[in-house]
Structure formats: structure tokens, C-alpha cells
Design a protein. Structure first.
Length: 249
């Protein structure tokens, strides 16, 4: 079943209106017909609105059939703080993080980030990254579109993260896998989780020191060094299993 996102104001009781680029996609790409059922989400409340197409014109008008409450979202919010990587790696990271259930992604300009963005480039990149997040949310049947926040410095990111319940940082010099297992086992549904990933060159010692002083817990993910585009996927996969995988019968 195809899924589309609409702003909350486009859900008007039993009447749901689809506008924008999705209209052309429904009419001319998918060639959908009146009466066909689609899934619609407003990108924020976690609900999936099942509706039937009633009108196809400059807008797509649908009628609500039922609301699916038990959505696909993880029972905890997970924020990925990603050190800015080179070239198109950030696009891959965003795509996979959204597929694996991240709630939001914060790009972080770190000491060893090769990419340096001026204000004009920041705006265009954020717009591009948000579009990738939306496309990945549609593909993976998410009921919300993860927000790509503005680029932050490490200090700004840590300050932003202080409101979260559990904060950790995979670090190549961290030791004792039992502490990693203990931390992941302590995570429960409802927790807001934040974790920090460095760029290709890793974290600068000053960034690690500042994070530790702020209460961010260092963890090891094993004996191998993972690429920056791999670490987030590994962590999110662990968290996905921890939060919902164990309940699968």
C-alpha cells in the first residue's frame, strides 16, 4: 500500500486532502484510480490514516476509512548526532537512520570534519537532507518524518542533548564490552536517547573531554574500527532490537 504525508491541517475530520508533488505522483506515475486505498500520515502524531481516493484533480481528495493506531514507530525517541562526513555519505547515513527508526538527526560540525559549510550551503544541504528523510520515511512506512536539525557545533549539540534521558558516545578508546551491554540493557520504552558519532577522522580529544564532563557515557562497539557511515546503523540496529525486537513472538 502506498503511503503519503500531508500537513495536519489537511486532515479535516473524515476528509483528507493531498497536495503538492504527490498529486502528480498519484495521477501520472502510480496512475491510481478513484476507490483505491492509500495510507496517509501527518508526520507528527504517529497515526496512520487509511482512506479511499474520492477525487483526482489539482488535489487528491480522500475519505477516511479507519485509523491505525498501532504504528511502526519505536517506543522511544532516538536522536543521532552525526559528525559531518565527506561528500554524499551524509545522505546515506540519513536514509538508513530513518529506515532504522531514528526520531531526528543532528548534523554536527566537529574539529576533524573535512566538510565546512557556510550559511548558504548549510541551508541548501538541510533542505536536501530533509527531502531524503521524507523519501526514506515514505519507503519504510514511517508515520512521522524525522527532522534534520540545523548544523551545530559539538558544544551546541551537547547542550541540546542535555534534555535527553540517556546519552552515549561510541569511542575507539573505550573498553569493557560489559559496560556497553549494561547501558543498552538499561534502555526502556519511553526513554529519549541521544548518541554521538564522529566524522571520518574521529573525535578530537577536546570533544571527548567535553562530552564526558557533560555526562555522556563512552561505550565500545567491539574490537573493530567502523566507518562513520556504519556506526550509526550498528547502534540503531541494537537499539531497535532492544526496544521492540525482544517482543516479537
Amino acid at each position: 500500500m502506498y503511503q503519503f504525508f500531508v500537513p495536519p491541517e489537511n486532515i479535516q475530520g473524515s476528509r483528507i486532502v493531498i497536495t503538492g508533488e504527490d498529486v502528480n505522483h498519484i495521477k501520472n506515475v502510480l496512475r491510481m484510480k478513484i476507490g483505491e486505498e492509500i495510507a496517509v500520515s501527518n508526520g507528527s502524531d504517529g497515526r496512520e490514516y487509511r482512506c479511499g481516493i474520492e477525487e483526482i484533480g489539482e488535489e487528491i481528495v480522500c475519505s477516511l476509512r479507519f485509523i491505525k493506531e498501532d504504528g511502526v514507530e519505536l517506543p522511544s525517541r532516538i536522536t543521532l548526532f552525526q559528525g559531518l562526513p565527506k561528500a554524499d555519505k551524509m545522505e546515506l547515513i540519513i536514509q538508513k537512520a530513518v529506515e532504522l527508526g531514528a526520531y531526528e538527526i543532528v548534523p554536527v560540525s566537529m574539529v576533524r570534519s573535512v566538510v565546512k559549510l557556510d550559511e548558504k550551503k548549510k541551508h541548501s544541504r538541510i533542505t536536501r537532507w530533509q527531502a531524503i528523510s521524507e523519501a526514506a520515511a515514505k519507503q519504510s512506512k514511517r508515520s512521522l518524518i524525522p527532522q534534520i536539525q540545523d548544523v551545530m557545533t559539538m558544544r551546541q549539540a551537547i547542550e541540546y542533548a542535555k534534555k535527553m534521558d540517556i546519552l552515549f558516545i561510541p569511542y575507539e578508546l573505550a573498553e569493557d564490552m560489559s559496560k556497553t551491554r549494561e547501558l543498552f540493557s538499561s534502555i526502556k520504552p519511553g526513554n529519549h536517547i541521544g548518541f554521538f558519532i564522529g566524522p571520518e577522522g574521529g573525535f578530537d580529544k577536546s570533544e571527548i573531554q567535553y562530552a564526558l564532563e557533560a555526562g555522556v557515557k563512552p561505550v565500545t562497539l567491539g574490537k573493530r574500527i567502523l566507518r562513520t557511515e556504519t556506526v550509526g546503523m550498528a547502534v540503531l540496529s541494537i537499539l531497535m532490537y532492544q526496544l521492540e525486537g525482544k517482543n516479537i513472538q
